[in-house]
Design a protein around this ligand. Structure first.
Ligand code: BGC
Length: 727
């Protein structure tokens, strides 16, 4: 030690005289937000906390406060140019960049498949790619905020917006939605998760009070938002139209301030849905930005909030917090760094991504006697305007004008604010043309399906009959029942009676009741394919693509199996206040059926393939959470993808059922892959409202490796340590 002393002294001297050359630390988004906010005037602050509609939906007039060069989009927020804070240009983007009312002449975009279809791929990489596509197409137009990320859980199979949402399961929805947000924000465009919370019912939604036990809420919708926020840090959240436990969602202190900001720790800002604010004091309850202010009874965050501020009712610190949250998201995502609109996107590549997503998300529900892929010389193709195109999407704010144009557009109309947005669209290419291309040897005849007798006659003359059945869904409306509209159930029954080799292709945004289920050989769930048209459906039918989609929703046999057989508010005049008590709490859909023992038509997670898969060697480890390892083998003769799913299937304190994890695995014939899945411990826990923490009861938990929620293959047991954790 002693002989090292001169050396140590030298090092010490060097350290003193050498200037620190550590890399300049970039200021965090929080610090930047704090500094900018401190320099702002109150006018600038109030400018940032509301958005204006450009052309007001209710009057059809342009708002003169919006600069003339801002195109028609969902909303515009005034930035602070002198401090480098950009204006925010908000565009709808659930299923592609929207163009409300076609106001931006000739501006078309890539229409994505429904979020349900994206989710049915169980392939997070495709959701991420979809997020990137949204970003590129938004950026090319100079739009820096996309209103994507439909995260509400599908609690009711009649809900008109389920097609915009990912699934009925908090984990699955959170994973898929957060990938979309990561994809978008990774390209420098702000994305969000919406609508907080319980936006699961369109009928009278503006007058709906959704009642739920707060702990069950944390275990369901709020857990989905929590995981989504943790994984992707969305710049914003959008709050919902409905009330939650008596308070409007956008003015709910326990949900916004309590759960989202305090407990979950969301650092971005919460914007309202358009026409969802009922007072300036929503700012005190956690709302940070009032959207489309012209739609509400008063422009609450413009005049009334300013007055409340002057009267000392809105503390300065809260106003600063609202502004800082918005600035933080701008800086964290980097939308202040844009030097102008982005380059023109490669629309052909975006189109190909949509087709690939649809290929992976189409679900083969039934395939008796391996009737698919199609064989046979003569095929009767019936109904669903399959001679024109495939269902493109549902109606409402998510509708997109595709760059290839619609093959067919039918204005269905209807009453109320959203009646005009109820437009059924079909996109090309037509399934008929695509099938003819893929099966040149076959003689394919088309019948419109208008008359069941006529269709049955064609079916009788053919080796195989394929019936396309369509059901349009839309924001603003729920379905009164699960029946197919326009007599399509009767059409399918007539065709199946005429030819036992009947295949049904469903293009719907929800499960349908399928009274003909036992009479047909195959059923294909094709959802809404966006811009992809009939190509992916034809590829699955003809066997060019091996189906691999899995159901992100339980296909119940009837609404009697759901916790709410009666559709709340149905038939009541528009402004009637209605209440739904979500007595099932967090036990939604497959979890509900696990409890009641009812058999659905097809369970959550179900989906067949043209090959077969086997599972072996399940090893389950407990402790603080569950880790499972197993091997999947393709035991058939075709290359294909499987989605092994891990469920909590009983035991513990509650004996409840939960999806704990999944992985999409692509395998060649004979190939095997070892998979390891680790559960988010919150899925094994109860939310203890009193302790405001998650509680795992110690003991043995039953863990199932399954093909679907109702199809366990291997069962393991995990011994869990009792613990209380997190918030
Ligand atoms: C929808 C939102 C949408 C907003 C703006 C509302 O009708 O509920 O999802 O983002 O309109 O267009």
């Amino acid at each position: 030690m002693a002989q090292n002393r001169p050396f140590l002294i030298l090092m010490l001297l060097l350290a003193i005289v050498t200037p620190t050359i550590a890399p300049a630390q970039e200021e965090s988004a929080d610090e930047r937000a704090r500094k900018t906010e401190a320099q702002m005037t109150d006018d600038e602050r109030f400018g940032l906390i509301h958005s204006l509609m450009i052309i007001v939906f209710t009057t059809g007039k342009r708002d003169e406060r919006v600069p003339a060069d801002v195109p028609q989009i969902a909303g515009w927020v005034k930035g602070v140019p002198r401090l480098g804070v950009p204006n925010l240009l908000l565009t709808d983007a659930g299923l592609g960049i929207g163009n409300p009312g076609g106001g931006r002449k000739g501006d078309t975009a890539t229409a994505s498949p429904s979020a349900q279809l994206v989710c049915a791929t169980f392939n997070p990489a495709l959701s991420r790619e979809w997020g990137r596509i949204l970003a590129r197409e938004a950026r090319a137009r100079g739009f820096n905020v996309v209103l994507g990320g439909g995260m509400n859980l599908a609690r009711d199979p009649r809900h008109g917006r389920n097609f915009e949402y990912f699934s009925e399961d908090p984990l699955l929805s959170a994973l898929m939605a957060s990938e979309q947000v990561l994809g978008t924000q990774g390209e420098g465009v702000m994305n969000m998760l919406k609508h907080v919370s319980l936006n699961s019912h369109e009928t009278n939604k503006w007058f709906l009070d959704a009642l739920i036990d707060p702990s069950a809420h944390r275990e369901s919708e709020l857990l989905a938002f929590q995981i989504g926020i943790e994984r992707s840090e969305p710049g914003a959240l959008m709050c919902a139209y409905n009330k939650i436990n008596g308070a409007y969602a956008c003015g709910s202190d326990p949900v916004l301030n309590g759960a989202i900001k305090k407990a979950i720790g969301f650092k971005g800002f919460i914007m309202s849905d358009w026409k969802a604010v009922y007072g300036w004091d929503f700012a005190l309850k956690g709302l940070d930005q009032h959207s489309g202010v012209q739609l509400d009874e008063e422009e609450w965050f413009v005049g009334p909030l300013r007055q409340a501020y002057q009267e000392g009712k809105l503390p300065k610190e809260r106003l600063s917090d609202m502004v800082r949250r918005i600035l933080r998201s701008i800086y964290a995502i980097g939308i202040d760094k844009w030097s102008g609109p982005g380059p023109a996107p490669d629309m052909a590549a975006h189109h190909e991504a949509v087709v690939e997503t649809a290929r992976q998300g189409i679900v083969l529900l039934k395939n008796d006697g391996a009737i698919l892929p199609l064989g046979g010389k003569r095929i009767a193709l019936i109904g669903g305007q399959a001679n024109i195109g495939a269902m493109g999407g549902g109606g409402g704010s998510s509708q997109v004008i595709p760059w290839k144009g619609h093959a067919l557009e039918v204005a269905l109309g209807g009453e109320g604010l959203l009646g005009g947005l109820r437009r059924m669209v079909l996109n090309g290419p037509a399934p008929l043309a695509e099938l003819r291309k893929l099966l040149p040897e076959a003689d394919i005849v088309f019948d419109s399906g208008e008359y069941p007798e006529q269709a049955a006659m064609q079916a009788r003359r053919s080796d195989v009959a394929i019936v396309f059945a369509n059901k349009f869904e839309s924001e603003g409306f729920d379905s009164p029942s699960l029946a197919l509209p326009y007599g399509q159930d009767a059409l399918i029954s007539a065709v199946a009676a005429a030819n036992p080799n009947t295949v049904v292709v469903l293009q719907t945004g929800n499960p349908v009741s399928m009274p003909w289920r036992g009479k047909v050989k195959a059923i294909v769930q094709a959802w809404y394919a966006g811009l992809a048209g009939g190509q992916p459906i034809a590829e699955v039918l003809a066997g060019k693509v091996n189906p691999s989609g899995r159901l992100p929703m339980t296909f119940v046999a009837s609404v009697a199996q759901t916790p709410h057989p009666k559709l709340a508010g149905y038939g009541a005049p528009d402004t009637t206040p209605i209440t739904i008590k979500y007595h099932e709490g967090a036990e939604i859909s497959y979890r509900w059926l696990a409890r009641t023992g009812a058999k659905p038509n097809y369970a959550f997670g179900h989906g067949l393939s043209y090959t077969t898969f086997a599972y072996r060697g399940l090893k389950v480890q407990g402790g603080e959470t569950v880790t499972a390892t197993f091997t999947v083998t393709n035991t058939g003769r075709r290359e294909g993808a499987d989605v092994p799913q891990l469920y909590l299937a009983g035991g513990g304190e509650t004996g409840r059922m939960r999806l704990l994890g999944f992985e999409r695995v692509e395998l060649k014939p004979g190939e095997s892959k070892q998979v390891t899945l680790t559960a988010d411990p919150r899925l094994l826990a109860r939310f203890d409202g009193k302790a405001a923490q998650w509680r795992i009861a110690g003991g043995a938990y039953k863990i199932a490796l399954s093909k679907a929620a109702d199809a366990p293959v291997l069962i393991g047991e995990a011994r869990m340590q009792p613990r209380l954790f997190g918030n």
